[in-house]
Design a protein around this ligand. Structure first.
Ligand SMILES: *[C@@H]1O[C@H](CO)[C@@H](O)[C@H](O)[C@H]1NC(C)=O
Ligand SMILES: *[C@@H]1O[C@H](CO)[C@@H](O)[C@H](O)[C@H]1NC(C)=O
Ligand SMILES: *[C@@H]1O[C@H](CO)[C@@H](O)[C@H](O)[C@H]1NC(C)=O
Ligand SMILES: *[C@@H]1O[C@H](CO)[C@@H](O)[C@H](O)[C@H]1NC(C)=O
Ligand SMILES: *[C@@H]1O[C@H](CO)[C@@H](O)[C@H](O)[C@H]1NC(C)=O
Ligand SMILES: *[C@@H]1O[C@H](CO)[C@@H](O)[C@H](O)[C@H]1NC(C)=O
Ligand SMILES: *[C@@H]1O[C@H](CO)[C@@H](O)[C@H](O)[C@H]1NC(C)=O
Ligand SMILES: *[C@@H]1O[C@H](CO)[C@@H](O)[C@H](O)[C@H]1NC(C)=O
Ligand SMILES: *[C@@H]1O[C@H](CO)[C@@H](O)[C@H](O)[C@H]1NC(C)=O
Ligand SMILES: *[C@@H]1O[C@H](CO)[C@@H](O)[C@H](O)[C@H]1NC(C)=O
Ligand SMILES: *[C@@H]1O[C@H](CO)[C@@H](O)[C@H](O)[C@H]1NC(C)=O
Length: 582
C-alpha cells in the first residue's frame, strides 16, 4: 500500500461554498488578465468554436476535431476555455494538441455537488505557425465515471483571431512528442517508460531556435518535492505506508545528438486535489490552469544542425540516487512524468557559421550535498526522518554566434516526525538563464526565476477515518528581459515580471460512510508587468468563499518597456526601491 502518496492526491470533497449568479461556484486562477482584441476595421476579428465536449468516461478517448484557419489575415490567437462540472471528481490533467504538438497543458478543478465553473483565457499566438494551417485538434482529458466519482467535465473552447501587429512568433514548430495524432491519440511521452527521441532536419534559413519543454509529475511523481531518498521508502510502512523515492530533486534534460543542450529544474505545480483540497477552492494553485513551458535556447546548436542531415532531440527526467553521503543522477525517476517539447524555429539572415561544428559545452558536474538521519523511538520503531538535498549547477553552450548559459540552485529540507504521520518540506529552486548574441551585433537577454515552497501536512489515520491538517506557503517569481518571440514561459515576447505567493491552512476529514469535508483559508498575492501593462491582485478565501479581493487597475506602464531599467520596473511593482528613498 502506498498510503501517503495517495493521501496527497485527494478527490471527492464536499465543502461549504458560495454560489454565483449562475448557481455555479466560480473557481479561478489568479493571473494577469488576457483580453480579446477590440473590434477593428482592418479586417480580421473572428471567433471560432473549437470544441464543445463533455469528458465523462474519457480515459484514452480524447476529443478529436478538425481545425480550418479563418480566411482573414491574423497574427493573434487567444482561447477562451470554459469548464463546468458537478458531482464528485478528482482533479484531472488535460493536454491540448494541434496535430502532434502540445499547445496547452491545463488541469481541472474538483467539482461540488451543485457545480463549479471556470474560464481561463490563454494566449496562443506563440503557435501562429500551427494556427495558419488546417490541423487535427486533439484535446485529451482522461476522466473516469464511477458510482463514487460522478463528475464529468463540460469543456468549451473558443478561439479568437485578430490582427494586432502582435509580437513575433516562430516560423516553424516541430514537436518532440510521440506523434500519435494520425491515430487520434494523445502524443505525450510517459517517462521513464518511453523512448523520447525524435529526429529532424533543420532548414538552412533558420537563425534562432528555442526548445520549450512541457513536463509534470503524476502518480508516484506528482509530489516529487516531498519524495524521500530511495533507501527510506520503507521507513514508515507500518504507520503511513510506502513513500516514494529518488529524493525531492528533479532535473529535466534536453539532449541534441546525445549532447546535453540545457536543463530545466521544474516548478512544483500543485493540482486542486493536492495536499489538502481546502487550499484550492475557489482559488486554484499557481499555474494549475496553465502549466508554463520553460525554454532552452538551442541557437548555439544551429551550426551543428544545419547540415541538411537529421539530428536527434531527446528529453530525459531524472531524480537522484544516494549512497552514503554521495548523491548522483539516477538517470531515471519514479512512475511517471508526462513529457513533450516543441522546437520553435525563427527564420532570418542565413547563418554564416561554419557548418557541422559542435558547440563548446561547459557542464561541470553539478554539486550535490545530502544529509539523512532516521531516528528510532524507545521501542525501536522508526520515529523521525530528517533529510536534505542541495544542488548547484552551471551550464554553457557556445558556438560562433550564440551562447546559452544557466546557473541554477536548489535546496530541500524534509522532516517526517510522529512516526511519519507528519511531514514538512521546505524547498527553494532558483536560477538565471542567459542567451547572448556574440560578435558585432552583441546583445543578451536574461530570465531569472525563483520557486519557494513550504508545506507541512499531518495525518490522522484510524481504521475508519482520515484527517489532514496542513499549511503551506509558496511562490513564483519570474523576471525576463524578453526573447526572440512570444515565450511559452512568460507568455509574452518583451520584458516581463511576475511575483506571486499563496499561503494558507487547510483541514480534511473523511469518515467511512459519510462524505469528506475539507476546509481552509488561502491568501493569494499577485503582481506582474506584461506587455507594458502592470496588474496586481490580492485575494483571500475562507472555506470555499472569497472574503476579500482587491485588484489593481491594469495600468499601461510604458509604450516601450525596453526603455525601462530593471530598477524602475521593480519600484513600479512595489517590490522594493528602484533607488534609495532616503
Ligand atoms: C468565455 O466563454 C464562455 C462560454 O463558453 C462565455 O460565457 C464567456 O463570456 C466567455 N468569456 C469571454 C471573456 O469571452
Ligand atoms: C456544456 O456547457 C455549455 C456552455 O458552456 C452548454 O451550452 C452545454 O449545454 C453544456 N453541455 C452539457 C452536456 O452540460
Ligand atoms: C479520427 O477521428 C476522425 C474524426 O472523429 C475520424 O473521422 C477518423 O476516422 C479517425 N481516425 C482514426 C484512425 O481513428
Ligand atoms: C531511442 O530511439 C532512438 C531512435 O529511434 C534510438 O536510436 C535509440 O537507440 C533508442 N534508445 C533506447 C534507449 O532504446
Ligand atoms: C525502519 O526503517 C528501516 C529502513 O527503511 C526499515 O527497513 C524498517 O522496516 C523500518 N521499521 C519499521 C518497524 O517499519
Ligand atoms: C539509481 O537507482 C535505480 C533504482 O535502484 C536504478 O534502477 C538506477 O539504475 C540507478 N541509477 C544509476 C545511475 O545507477
Ligand atoms: C515506536 O514507533 C512504532 C512505529 O514505527 C510504533 O508502532 C510504536 O508504538 C512506537 N513506540 C512508542 C513507545 O512510541
Ligand atoms: C507540522 O505541523 C504539525 C501539526 O500542526 C506540527 O506538530 C509539526 O511540528 C509541524 N512541523 C514543523 C516542522 O513545523
Ligand atoms: C532580447 O529580447 C528582445 C525583446 O525584448 C528581442 O528583441 C531581442 O532579439 C532579444 N535578443 C536576444 C539575443 O535574444
Ligand atoms: C493559518 O491560520 C492562522 C490563523 O488561523 C494564521 O495565523 C496563519 O497565518 C495561517 N497560516 C498561513 C500559512 O496562512
Ligand atoms: C471554516 O470551517 C471550519 C471547520 O468547519 C471552522 O472551524 C471555521 O470556523 C470556518 N471558518 C469560517 C471563517 O467560517
Amino acid at each position: 500500500m502506498m498510503l501517503l502518496g495517495l493521501l496527497l492526491a485527494l478527490g471527492q470533497v464536499e465543502r461549504i461554498h458560495a454560489a454565483s449568479s449562475t448557481g455555479l461556484l466560480d473557481v479561478f486562477e489568479v493571473y494577469q488578465p488576457v483580453t480579446f482584441a477590440p473590434k477593428s476595421d482592418n479586417g480580421c476579428n473572428t471567433e471560432m468554436l473549437l470544441m464543445d465536449h463533455v469528458f465523462g468516461e474519457s480515459y484514452g478517448v480524447p476529443f478529436v476535431g478538425s481545425y480550418e484557419p479563418p480566411s482573414c489575415k491574423f497574427d493573434t490567437v487567444r482561447i477562451n476555455m470554459t469548464v463546468t462540472s458537478s458531482g464528485h471528481q478528482y482533479d484531472r490533467l488535460a493536454l491540448m494538441y494541434l496535430g502532434d504538438a502540445e499547445v496547452f497543458r491545463t488541469s481541472t478543478a474538483e467539482p461540488t455537488a451543485t457545480g463549479i465553473v471556470w474560464t481561463y483565457i490563454k494566449e496562443m499566438s506563440q503557435y501562429n505557425a500551427l494556427w495558419a494551417e488546417p490541423q487535427k485538434l486533439i484535446f485529451d482529458l482522461g476522466n473516469i465515471i464511477t458510482d463514487v466519482y460522478t463528475g464529468p467535465f463540460n469543456v468549451t473552447l473558443t478561439a479568437h483571431f485578430s490582427y494586432t501587429k502582435n509580437a513575433r512568433s516562430a516560423d516553424i514548430i516541430l514537436p518532440i512528442s510521440a506523434k500519435n495524432s494520425a491515430s487520434n491519440s494523445s502524443s505525450a511521452f510517459t517517462v521513464p517508460t518511453d523512448n523520447t527521441t525524435v529526429s529532424y532536419t533543420i532548414p538552412d534559413t533558420v537563425s534562432r531556435a528555442v526548445v520549450a519543454i512541457s513536463a509534470c509529475g503524476q502518480s508516484e511523481e506528482e509530489f516529487w518535492w516531498s519524495n524521500v531518498f530511495s533507501q527510506d521508502t520503507e521507513d514508515f510502512t507500518t504507520t503511513v505506508g510506502e513513500l516514494y523515492g529518488y529524493t525531492p530533486f528533479r532535473e529535466i534534460q534536453l539532449y541534441i545528438d546525445g549532447i546535453l543542450a540545457g536543463v530545466v529544474w521544474p516548478f512544483p505545480v500543485i493540482f486542486t486535489g493536492g495536499v489538502a483540497p481546502g487550499f484550492w477552492r475557489p482559488i486554484v494553485g499557481i499555474d494549475a490552469f496553465d502549466l508554463r513551458q520553460p525554454e532552452i535556447d538551442i541557437s548555439p546548436f544551429l551550426p551543428l544542425m544545419q547540415d541538411g542531415k537529421e539530428h536527434s532531440f531527446e528529453i530525459r527526467v531524472t531524480g537522484l540516487n544516494v549512497t552514503g553521503e554521495t548523491a548522483s543522477f539516477a538517470d531515471t525517476v519514479g512512475s511517471y512524468w508526462v513529457v513533450t517539447g516543441n522546437i520553435f524555429l525563427y527564420t532570418g539572415e542565413k547563418a554564416s557559421s561554419k557548418k557541422n561544428t559542435v558547440p563548446r559545452i561547459e557542464a561541470p558536474a553539478p554539486k550535490f550535498t545530502v544529509t539523512r538521519h532516521l531516528a528510532q523511538n524507545s521501542t525501536g520503531g522508526n520515529d523521525t526522518l530528517s533529510y536534505s538535498v542541495t544542488a548547484e549547477r552551471t551550464f554553457t553552450a557556445t558556438s560562433s554566434e550564440y551562447s546559452w548559459s544557466q546557473k541554477l540552485s536548489f535546496s530541500n529540507y524534509g522532516y517526517l516526525n510522529q512516526e511519519g504521520y507528519s511531514q514538512v518540506n521546505k524547498q527553494l529552486t532558483s536560477g538565471k538563464n542567459t542567451i547572448s548574441q556574440l560578435g558585432s551585433k552583441s546583445s543578451s537577454n536574461e530570465t531569472t526565476f525563483s520557486y519557494p515552497l513550504l508545506v507541512n501536512a499531518t495525518y490522522g489515520i484510524t481504521t475508519n477515518s482520515l484527517t489532514i491538517d496542513a499549511w503551506m506557503e509558496r511562490g513564483l517569481e519570474i523576471e525576463s528581459s524578453g526573447g526572440p518571440g512570444l515565450s511559452t514561459y512568460t507568455f509574452v515576447s518583451g520584458p516581463s515580471q511576475l511575483s506571486t505567493t499563496q499561503s494558507g491552512n487547510a483541514t480534511y476529514e473523511s469518515v467511512t460512510g459519510s462524505s469528506s469535508v475539507s476546509t481552509g483559508n488561502t491568501a493569494d498575492e499577485f503582481k506582474s508587468v506584461a506587455n507594458g501593462v502592470s496588474y496586481s491582485r490580492s485575494v483571500s478565501a475562507v472555506n470555499g468563499s472569497v472574503v476579500s479581493d482587491t485588484q489593481g487597475a491594469a495600468n499601461k506602464v510604458s509604450n516601450d518597456m525596453t526603455a525601462l531599467g530593471r530598477g524602475s520596473v521593480r519600484s513600479m511593482l512595489g517590490r522594493g526601491p528602484g533607488s534609495p528613498s532616503n
